[in-house]
Write a protein that binds this ligand. Structure first.
Ligand code: HEM
Ligand code: HEM
Length: 206
């Protein structure tokens, strides 16, 4: 088994990056939208630091993911996909990358320009500041963080919607090839052979 992407599948490293980042962003969104309502107890500050630390972790993961993408390439388009769909998907994917970089960078800039004490990444070390205290930079960074999030929501809905459309209506391998292989019966590019015709099946042992 290769870790790299092949001509017809995303490899396990790309899949792990994709789904781990999806889960972390979902958690960051839920916490980010609700943490302002928390009572100002020590837990409030703990939750903020957890949001910031997880956000910085996403930044590192996205940079590593992009490096892996440059090294490992990407699969060929699923056979039968019209060129216009490929182009829209390509633009959407790069916009998603831009936004998942913009979100942590704008959050970090907002935190830096607010003039607060440096936050400690999961309590381990002080994060450096990106800017000295500055109200204009702080407000601009907050606007980017808030609006960037809603643009991300719209893009993710279109992106996930397209993946499900391919799966349920076009019935092609677009979604399956971003998921771990469940069984050798699942073919990579189209419906698999019917049960019993798979020659790779282990012999039946009574
Ligand atoms: C992918 C990474 C991130 C995502 C998806 C994310 C998401 C969010 C969301 C949805 C909000 C609520 C915005 C609103 O009220 O409309 C928020 C608020 C906030 N985020 Fe993030 N965030 C990320 C990274 C970061 C980082 C790295 C930091 C700081 C180092 C940070 C600091 C903050 C702060 C301080 C707030 C509260 C803003 C306020 O005063 O209302 N975030 N975040
Ligand atoms: C239920 C939610 C999601 C589903 C079903 C999904 C599905 C997929 C699939 C099937 C691909 C591969 C497309 C292809 O082979 O052409 C893909 C790629 C991608 N997804 Fe998602 N995705 C989801 C959520 C997200 C989220 C939340 C983000 C980012 C915030 C994201 C970012 C990306 C990016 C950047 C790529 C392009 C990978 C590359 O070209 O390097 N996805 N997604």
């Amino acid at each position: 088994m290769t870790l790299k992407n092949t001509a017809d599948r995303w490899g396990p490293v790309s899949q792990a990056f994709h789904w781990l980042i999806v889960l972390l962003i979902l958690g960051l969104a839920i916490v980010g939208l609700t943490m302002g309502e928390l009572p100002k107890t020590p837990k409030y500050f703990w939750v903020y630091t957890a949001h910031k630390s997880t956000g910085i972790t996403v930044l590192v993961l996205v940079i590593a993911r992009l490096a892996w993408r440059l090294y490992a390439g990407r699969p060929e388009p699923v056979p039968g996909t019209p060129t216009w769909q490929e182009r829209i998907a390509g633009v959407t994917h790069w916009l998603l990358y831009a936004l998942i970089l913009l979100m942590p960078i704008s959050g970090w800039l907002y935190d830096s320009a607010s003039g607060l004490r440096p936050f400690r990444w999961f309590g381990l070390f002080n994060m450096p500041k990106l800017s000295p205290p500055d109200e204009v930079v702080r407000d601009a960074a907050l606007t980017m963080h808030e609006w960037g999030f809603w643009v991300l929501v719209v893009l993710v809905c279109a992106h996930a919607g397209a993946a499900f459309y391919h799966h349920f209506f076009q019935r092609d391998a677009t979604l399956l090839r971003m998921l771990p292989r469940r069984s050798p019966r699942i073919a990579d590019n189209g419906p698999g052979p019917s049960v019993g015709t798979n020659t790779k099946e282990p012999p039946h042992v009574p």
